[in-house]
Write a protein that binds this ligand. Structure first.
Ligand SMILES: Cc1ncc(COP(=O)(O)O)c(C=O)c1O
Length: 354
């Protein structure tokens, strides 16, 4: 069987499976892309202005900023820079569960061992267990707040405790969804030379197709990552898009308001339908549906695509639904209601037949 590169497309319908901004990006981004000049395409890009603009936006020094090809690249390069480049052979990373796949995958890519830490009750962040998992071999600790897929936050005090407990390691705080809820670690960063904060333009900003992530940290933590990152990793069109996205200060608050309201509406519907869920700080909600595959297929038949989380042993029977633009959440709720009505109907029929 041949393998074709890329994440499989779910086909026609509403994409609520990858936590993209289903409302798209700021119109200013598309205008900026249309204004791209010949030289933006024919010459290698210069990152100086983009780095300075990002640094100003995030309130940090420009030498604390590394632009990456999506935060995915930043995660891999953190592992390459701090483990493979340092030629550390018995290195461990700490991966609290459930986790975004690139954490264990990047760990494996550099020949390190991922020490997986199970979640607390109701997916509460297992701070004490993470602290207990730190050893002299720990090189990288992946922390994700809000967590994908549970939407749970890690308290800033816990992030501080973990950072201070592992001064010999790098703590990568992945804030891919922080625009939707939670408190960023960025104001704490000046006191934590071993912490990196990861951000992305893929989610709330609606630029997933442009592939722009940012890794922010003090030079001791960031420079090894910078040293292994390819010199022209972001393309010139993406840079134009990023500048325009940063210039539109109204876009993010509008999207965040949709997310907050969408989550509430989905919670209400899930309560009515009797489906357990976990309150989320991100632009998605994890829901326990039981046997997930037929449920997901039934939603897909109604042109609503959601993410199957049921194959992960830490999230059995669960799916993850993006909760962004209100009208799309309404369509998801309609589809959920219709699938549940069918499920309840077939349950009654089965009981009747017995
Ligand atoms: C927790 C988390 N981190 C990082 C990323 C990577 O985002 P990107 O590579 O698109 O910037 C994602 C994307 O799904 C994510 O869920």
């Amino acid at each position: 069987m041949s393998v074709i590169q890329g994440y499989p497309s779910p086909g026609e319908g509403l994409r609520l499976h990858l936590n993209e901004n289903t409302g798209g990006c700021s119109p200013r981004v598309l205008e900026a892309i249309r204004r791209v000049q010949q030289a933006d395409v024919s010459t290698y890009p210069s990152y100086r202005d983009a780095v300075v603009a990002c640094a100003r936006h995030f309130g940090v020094d420009p030498d604390w900023v590394l632009l990456t090809n999506g935060l995915d690249e930043g995660i891999l390069m953190a592992a390459v820079g701090h483990i493979a480049r340092a030629r550390i052979h018995d290195a461990e990373t700490i991966v609290p569960l459930p986790a975004f796949d690139p954490y264990p995958n990047s760990t494996a890519a550099v020949g390190a061992t991922a020490v997986r830490v199970p979640p607390g009750r109701d997916y509460a962040f297992p701070t004490e267990a993470v602290l207990a998992a730190i050893t002299p071999r720990t090189r990288l600790i992946f922390l994700n707040t809000p967590n994908n897929p549970t939407g749970q936050l890690i308290a800033v005090e816990d992030l501080v405790r973990i950072g201070e407990a592992a001064p010999h390691a790098i703590v990568l705080i992945d804030e891919a969804y922080i625009e939707c809820g939670g408190t960023t670690f960025l104001p704490q960063l000046p006191r934590h030379p071993n912490v990196l904060v990861g951000r992305t333009f893929s989610k709330a900003y609606g630029l997933a197709g442009m592939r722009i992530g940012i890794v922010i940290g003090q030079p001791p933590a960031l420079d090894p990552v910078r040293a292994v990152t390819l010199p022209f990793n972001i393309n010139g069109v993406a840079l134009a898009a990023m500048h325009a996205a940063l210039a539109d200060s109204e876009f993010l608050p509008r999207y965040a308001a949709h997310v907050r309201e969408s989550r509430e509406r989905l919670y209400g519907a899930l309560r009515r339908l009797g489906l357990p869920y976990w309150e989320s700080a991100a632009n998605f909600v994890m829901v326990r549906v039981g046997e997930a595959a037929p449920f997901i297929d039934a939603l897909a038949a109604r042109k609503v695509h959601v993410r199957d989380r049921s194959t992960d042993p830490t999230t059995p029977g669960c799916i993850r639904i993006t909760t962004g633009i209100l009208e799309h959440t309404a369509a998801a709720i309609d589809a959920l209601e219709s699938v549940m009505a069918l499920r309840q109907g077939s349950g009654q029929a089965a009981r009747g037949a017995r």
